[in-house]
Ligand binder design. Structure first.
Ligand code: HPA
Length: 245
């Protein structure tokens, strides 16, 4: 049976319409996840929802226990993970309000517990991460976007920064030279941890603002909230089509 875990980021702390059949606080060998796991049915699909920043939304990106989150989702029976994330846009196609299904990432984070393969190993493990997002899950998300008539962008490189501050204009210029199209703070180590547990994982990113220096003036929370609201309506439609199958 397919059980789709949905990790909700900023702008998605609740799943509208979920019929909740259970909620669990799962203790893991790595500590507590960000919030309880909500199990239920949504649009005919079995889902588990986890609010990445907690509910209420108060765990900043660098303090999230990514290992506990991914471990708990698998322990609860998730067979795949859709990571919803608010991001900034860097390249032209990534305009605010857009939904993007990235296909690559660059990791600029530091000091985050980023692997399950650390202690008590029989041997050293190096996972393949050439394609950080699961190709088949990405294609299913893109097909769902089509059915839902959501103009999602197919592909893009998600650069994950440490946060919680936003970037400088020079940092965004450097990220663009590095090939990044999007900037966010939660893409890693989440994606790598899912791969370590062989959990199919893809990201559904919503562009909340232009990255620093890509528009006039400062980035405001009001701007972020405005575009996130619009983008999350599209994400809800996309998820509906995805879960209906
Ligand atoms: N930078 C990093 N993370 C973000 C941004 C941004 O501009 N917008 C939303 N999440």
């Amino acid at each position: 049976m397919t059980v789709t875990a949905i990790i909700g980021g900023t702008g998605l702390t609740r799943l509208e319409g979920i019929e909740i059949t259970g909620s669990e606080r799962i203790a893991t060998p790595f500590g507590e996840p960000s919030s309880e796991l909500l199990q239920g049915r949504l649009h005919g699909g079995e889902v588990i929802f986890l609010a990445r920043h907690g509910n209420p939304h108060r765990t900043p990106p660098h303090r999230i226990n990514y290992r506990a989150n991914i471990w708990a989702l698998r322990a609860a029976g998730a067979t795949e993970v859709i990571a919803v994330a608010a991001v900034g846009g860097i390249t032209d196609a990534m305009s605010p309000g857009r939904v993007v299904i990235p296909d690559q990432l660059v990791d600029y984070t530091h000091s985050r517990a980023g692997t399950f393969f650390e202690d008590d190993l029989a041997e050293v493990v190096h996972i393949d991460f050439t394609e950080p997002y699961t190709a088949d899950l990405r294609q299913r998300l893109l097909a769902a976007a089509d059915r839902a008539k959501v103009a999602a962008v197919d592909g893009g490189t998600y650069g994950t920064t440490q946060g919680p501050r936003l970037e400088t204009a020079a940092e965004i210029r450097r990220m663009e030279r590095d090939g990044c199209d999007l900037v966010g703070m939660t893409g890693m180590p989440e994606a790598a941890l899912a791969r370590e547990l062989s959990l199919p994982y893809a990201c559904c990113a919503v562009v909340a603002n232009w990255g620093a220096g890509k528009s006039e003036g400062e980035i405001t929370m009001a701007e972020i909230e405005l575009h996130l609201g619009r983008g999350m309506t599209d994400v809800a439609q996309l998820l509906r089509a995805f879960l209906k199958g």
